[in-house]
Design a protein around this ligand. Sequence first.
Ligand SMILES: [Zn+2]
Ligand SMILES: [Zn+2]
Length: 268
Amino acid sequence: MTGGETGVVGQAVSPAKWDHRIKRASKLAADHPFASEVLRFYSHVASFQKGIYEFFADMPPDLNALVPKFPAFLDHIAAAAPEPLAQCARDLRKSDPDHSLDALNAFWDAAPQFHPEPGRATELLACIFLQPYAEYLADSSEPKPPRETFGTCPFCSARPVAGVLRPEGDGAKRSLICALCATEWNIGRIVCPACGEETVEKLAVYTAEQFPHLRLEACDTCRYYIKTVDLTKNGRAVPVVDELAAIPLDLWAQQHDYVKLRANLLGV
Ligand SMILES: [Zn+2]
Ligand SMILES: [Zn+2]
């Protein structure tokens, strides 16, 4: 099994990236009505997440310092989220503050292993709330020496939420983006990030005409799939946002019995 070239793709504290994500979400919402509800909710989420990310500009990052922001976050989600996430936010808002603190700490202790799925709305809320904290920790840390992590994040060990193809020479190099801390790391072009399968015939690729710059990469050995954003075809794409919009690819995967390697922040 080979993971290809190792190493983390450029990483630095950058509040502006949240503005790029929000702007891209509104552009895609206008272009793709079937994804507009999802993207509008994402814009609400990202605007709050930007505040969390910026919170530690003048102080050492500390999860406990964020806890007083959680009630306002729950109000924000309750007003904008689809059900049952909105109901979960309302229920948490009414509960004992210690319960929220416990929920955040319990999530954080096992955050890299979290996989959003139905019935885990409380953890999904904690994940949305703490994702920018994880991203800030990664962005503000010294780059770690390259190590062979293959299909999991070299910074926090979580699974990737999306793949990226970036221009390199006359072709493209492939990387993966961590679902939790958004660290991006390199991986070989033809290999399944879940099981390491390298046989081309076992690695299916599917594209949808609405998203010519996105490809679904599925593995017939382990049945996992990931969506990859091809920046050589569309340099304006923002991978974590375009991944949310490409719902037709997820529907195709479900119909063909593939399982997403890691659901996105909205639980898809
Ligand atoms: Zn990570
Ligand atoms: Zn596989």
